[in-house]
Design a binder for this molecule. Structure first.
Ligand SMILES: Cc1cc2nc3c(=O)[nH]c(=O)nc-3n(C[C@H](O)[C@H](O)[C@H](O)COP(=O)(O)OP(=O)(O)OC[C@H]3O[C@@H](n4cnc5c(N)ncnc54)[C@H](O)[C@@H]3O)c2cc1C
Length: 466
C-alpha cells in the first residue's frame, strides 16, 4: 500500500483529528482550528467576546458559530433589532465553516433539479430554485456590501463529466435547467474545456452554470464574525452547551463558565451536533467525513500542463464527487469522501485515495508535495435536503441544518430564514424545507454506518466500473 508523505500541516493533537460526532459526547471545549490552508492564510482572527464567565440572560441564544449561526445573528440584528448571544464550543467557526472547499454553488442539499421535480412536482421545484437564487443574491450582497475580504472569484461552476457515459445525463440536466427553470447553463465539449478553462484529463465534457463563486473560507467566516459583532451580537467561543433544561418556558443552557438563560434557542450545529443536545435533532442527521488537501504552489510547467485559466469551482459527476479548484496563489485544492469513522480519519489510505484522484485529473501533479490536509463532518439529512424549522410550536427552539456538504452559499439565506422564524415571522414561501422537520433515521439509526459502508461500495462501482 502506498504511504504518502506526511503533509507539512499535519493535524495537531489539540484539534482532535479523531473526533466523531456519532461516538463522542460533544465537539470539545476550546479546541484549536483544524490545520487548514484557510486558517493559515486568513490573517489574525477578529475579536470575539471571550468565553462565558458567569451566568447571564439573553433574548436569543444561537448554538454554533459557523456561517449559519453568524448569518442568523446578523439577520436577527439587521432585520429584527434582536441582539443574539452566540455560543461556540471551540474557536469561532471551528467546524465546517473553516474547513470547506470554498465553493459557492447555486444549490443546497444533495439533490439535482430533476430530483426536486420527481419529489415535489414542477411548481414547488420552481419555487425552490427561486429560493436558492435569492440566497445567492444575498450571499453576494453580504460579501460585496460589507467589506468581506474573502477573495471572491466569480466565473460560474463547472460540473465536469468524469467519463463519457455520463454526458447524456448531464445534457438532460442542462436542458431541464434551461427549459423548466429559465436558467442559462451551457454544455462544453472536452476540447472547449481544455482549450479555454482547464485541462482536466478525465473530463469528457462539462456543464457550465453561470452562478458559482470561489471564496476564502476562513476570511468569509471572519467577515461574518466582524459584521455580527458590529451589529451588536455577542460571540462567546470556548463555551460548549453541555446541558439544557427548560424551566417555565425559559431555556437554561449550561456552559463550563456559567448558565445562559434565554427566551429562544436557534441551533446551528450542523454535522457537529452532539448526540444528546436536543431530542429535536437526535438521529436526524448523518455526519459524513470529507477531506481536503492543498498542494504546494505549482511551477510554471505544471500550471501549463493543467491549463488552469479559472479559479472557479469545479466538481465532477461522481456520486462520491471530487470538488477542486485552482487557488489564486497558484496551488490546487481538492477534496472528496473520507473515512467513515473519526477513529479511522488519519488512516493514510484516505489521503492516498485523494492524491490518486488528483493525479487522474492532472497527471502532471502525480506525487506533488502537499502543504495542507484536513477533514470535517458534513451534515447530511435522511432525505438529502436541508431544513429551517421550528419543530414544536409550543417551544421556541429552531434549527437550520442538513446542507449535505453544500452550505457555503445557502447558509447565508438559511440564517436569514431562521432569524425570521425566531422573530416570529412566517416564511413567505411554502417550501418543504420550511414546513417539515428533518426526517428521522428511526429504526435504521444503529445501522447507519453499516449502510454507509454498503453505499460507498455501490457508489464506487457506479462511479468507476459501470
Ligand atoms: C471538507 C469540507 C468541504 C466542504 N466543501 C464545501 C464546498 O466547497 N461548498 C459548500 O457549499 N459546502 C462545503 N462544505 C459544507 C459547508 O462547509 C457547510 O455546509 C457550511 O460551512 C455551513 O456550516 P454551519 O455553520 O451550518 O456549520 P459549522 O460551520 O459546521 O458550525 C457548527 C458549529 O457548531 C459548534 N457546536 C456544535 N455543538 C456545540 C455545542 N454543544 N455548543 C456550542 N457549539 C457547538 C461546532 O463547534 C461548530 O463550530 C464542506 C464541508 C467540509 C467538511
Amino acid at each position: 500500500m502506498e504511504h504518502p508523505k506526511r503533509p507539512k500541516h499535519w493535524p495537531r493533537a489539540s484539534y482532535d483529528p479523531r473526533y466523531d460526532p456519532i461516538v463522542d459526547a460533544g465537539p470539545g471545549h476550546n479546541r484549536d482550528y483544524a490545520p487548514t490552508y484557510w486558517v493559515d492564510t486568513a490573517g489574525p482572527a477578529p475579536e470575539d467576546d471571550g468565553p462565558v464567565s458567569e451566568d447571564m440572560d439573553a433574548d436569543v441564544v444561537i448554538v454554533g458559530s459557523g456561517y449559519t449561526g453568524l448569518s442568523t445573528a446578523i439577520h436577527l440584528a439587521r432585520d429584527h433589532g434582536i441582539q443574539a448571544v452566540v455560543l461556540e464550543a471551540n474557536k469561532v467557526a471551528w467546524g465546517c465553516s473553516t474547513r470547506n472547499g470554498g465553493q459557492a454553488q447555486i444549490s443546497s442539499g444533495r439533490l439535482k433539479r430533476s430530483q426536486w421535480i420527481k419529489r415535489w412536482g414542477v411548481d414547488v421545484a420552481r419555487q425552490m430554485h427561486a429560493e436558492i437564487a435569492e440566497g445567492f443574491e444575498l450571499f453576494r450582497d453580504l460579501i460585496s456590501n460589507n467589506g468581506f475580504d474573502c477573495d471572491p472569484q466569480e466565473g460560474g461552476h463547472y460540473y465536469i463529466a468524469h467519463k463519457p457515459s455520463v454526458i447524456p445525463r448531464l445534457e438532460q440536466e442542462s436542458a431541464l435547467l434551461n427549459e423548466v427553470f429559465g436558467y442559462g447553463s451551457r454544455m462544453l465539449s472536452r476540447e472547449e474545456l481544455h482549450e479555454k478553462h482547464v485541462i482536466d484529463q478525465e473530463a469528457a465534457g462539462a456543464m457550465h452554470e453561470p452562478d458559482g463563486t470561489s471564496i476564502h473560507a476562513a476570511k468569509l467566516a471572519f467577515g461574518y464574525q466582524n459584521l455580527a459583532r458590529k451589529l451588536g451580537a455577542r460571540i462567546h467561543p470556548a463555551s460548549p452547551v453541555m446541558g439544557w433544561k427548560i424551566k417555565n418556558g425559559v431555556h437554561h443552557l449550561t456552559t463550563p463558565g456559567g448558565v445562559v438563560r434565554a427566551r429562544s434557542v436557534a441551533l446551528a450545529t450542523a454535522g457537529y451536533t452532539p448526540p444528546g443536545l436536543s431530542d429535536r435533532t437526535e438521529n436526524r442527521l448523518m455526519p459524513i467525513l470529507s477531506n481536503s488537501i492543498v498542494t504546494r504552489p505549482l511551477s510554471d510547467e505544471e500550471k501549463q500542463a493543467c491549463g488552469f485559466q479559472t479559479c472557479s469551482p469545479l466538481t465532477d459527476t461522481r456520486t462520491l464527487r471530487h470538488y477542486y479548484r485552482y487557488l489564486p496563489d497558484g496551488r490546487v485544492q481538492i477534496g472528496s469522501r473520507s473515512a467513515i469513522t473519526g477513529q479511522d480519519a488519519e488512516n493514510p489510505k484516505h489521503l492516498a485515495l485523494l492524491k490518486r484522484g488528483l493525479a487522474r485529473k492532472f497527471p502532471a501533479l502525480e506525487g506533488i508535495d502537499l502543504d495542507y490536509s484536513w477533514w470535517g463532518w458534513v451534515d447530511v439529512s435522511h432525505d438529502m435536503m436541508p431544513r429551517i424549522f421550528q419543530p414544536s410550536s409550543d417551544q421556541k427552539i429552531y434549527y437550520a441544518m442538513g446542507y449535505g456538504g453544500n452550505g457555503v452559499m445557502y447558509s447565508a439565506q438559511a440564517g436569514r430564514r431562521m432569524a425570521q422564524l425566531v422573530a416570529g415571522q412566517k416564511i413567505e414561501v411554502d417550501l418543504p424545507i420550511f414546513t417539515s422537520q428533518l426526517p428521522s433515521h428511526g429504526i435504521l439509526t444503529p445501522f447507519r454506518r453499516i449502510g454507509q459502508r454498503v453505499m460507498y461500495v455501490w457508489y464506487h462501482l457506479q462511479d468507476e466500473v459501470f
